[in-house]
Design a binder for this molecule. Structure first.
Ligand code: NI
Length: 286
């Protein structure tokens, strides 16, 4: 028996590569997380940038809780079984009236993971819709193999390399993922997806949590992950500790070390050495 997804939703994920919306918390609770983030941003002098957008759950207890949210993890368990790691997290923040966009891509392209058993829970912390640059996808494309991508390093592209699929995408088939705060979408690592800019007068904030079953491994270097359910008998990833306060110095140091190693995997074969490299724009993700 599935824990939270209906048979229809599981079927939809298998067929389309994406299922949404799934409510995982009341709207007010998601907006509370947004205020907590913005309180930190105003205290620290600006929007989260560089490596702080990645694996942010190692720096803040309220995000460490979010990656372990039982409704989210139940949904992942319905798809990938009871032993689960959170491999990484990425903030996708599109500021108001901002040209930042995401080109058509498959997440699997540079992640270095051994198998395409990877699912993203994209948590809406603001509304995400047609008006503010919501994610769009092409149903069924997750059934294709790894497609060839080209790196564009295009200005305003939120992806690490501005990578885009090198084949034509039939945009007439695109579906927009509209979410309210506290809802998530789940998408498969091979799904072709992207998103336009946010022309609206408010920020659009999504927190992408990447989950894998414990039998997936990293083939492009040393890596670590957070066990969120069950047991890890494979030990493919070094275990990550859980923070108990915002930006504890030892966690900041560990996070820096982990994200630098992570960036070396994602940027392998390029000139870029870390998320804080000037060639890696400050708001880039994944
Ligand atoms: Ni993506």
């Amino acid at each position: 028996m599935p824990k939270i997804l209906s048979e229809t939703q599981i079927e939809q994920f298998r067929r389309d590569g994406c299922v949404f919306p799934i409510r995982v918390m009341p709207e007010a609770e998601a907006l509370e997380i947004r205020s907590t983030l913005q309180h930190y941003e105003s205290k620290s002098g600006g929007p989260l940038g560089g490596d702080l957008r990645h694996k942010t759950h190692l720096l803040f207890p309220w995000l460490a809780d979010l990656v372990r949210n039982s409704r989210i993890v139940d949904a992942i368990e319905d798809l990938y079984g009871p032993n689960l790691l959170c491999w990484t997290t990425n903030f996708f923040i599109k500021e108001a009236s901002n040209p930042a966009f995401v080109s058509w891509h498959q997440d699997s392209t540079y992640w270095g993971l051994s198998r395409p058993d990877v699912v993203t829970a994209w948590v809406a912390l603001t509304p995400s819709n047609h008006a503010n640059g919501a994610m769009t996808f092409i149903p069924g494309t997750h059934l294709s193999d790894q497609l060839e991508h080209r790196d564009t390093f295009a200005k305003n592209n939120l992806l690490t390399r501005g990578q885009e699929v090198a084949v034509d995408v039939d945009e007439s088939k695109a579906v927009t993922i509209e979410l309210r705060p506290g809802e998530i979408s789940l998408h498969h690592v091979r799904l072709v997806h992207g998103s336009p800019a946010n022309p609206s007068n408010d920020r659009r904030i999504g927190f992408a949590i990447r989950y894998i079953p414990t039998n997936v491994s990293q083939v492009a270097g040393e890596d670590s992950a957070t066990l969120v359910r069950g047991v890890d008998t494979f030990h493919h990833f070094a275990p990550e500790p859980r923070p108990t306060a915002d930006m504890q110095p030892d966690f900041v140091a560990l996070h820096r070390q982990i994200t630098e190693r992570n960036a070396q995997i994602l940027y392998r074969g390029t000139q870029v050495k870390s998320y804080n490299d000037p060639k890696a724009l400050p708001d880039r993700a994944a």
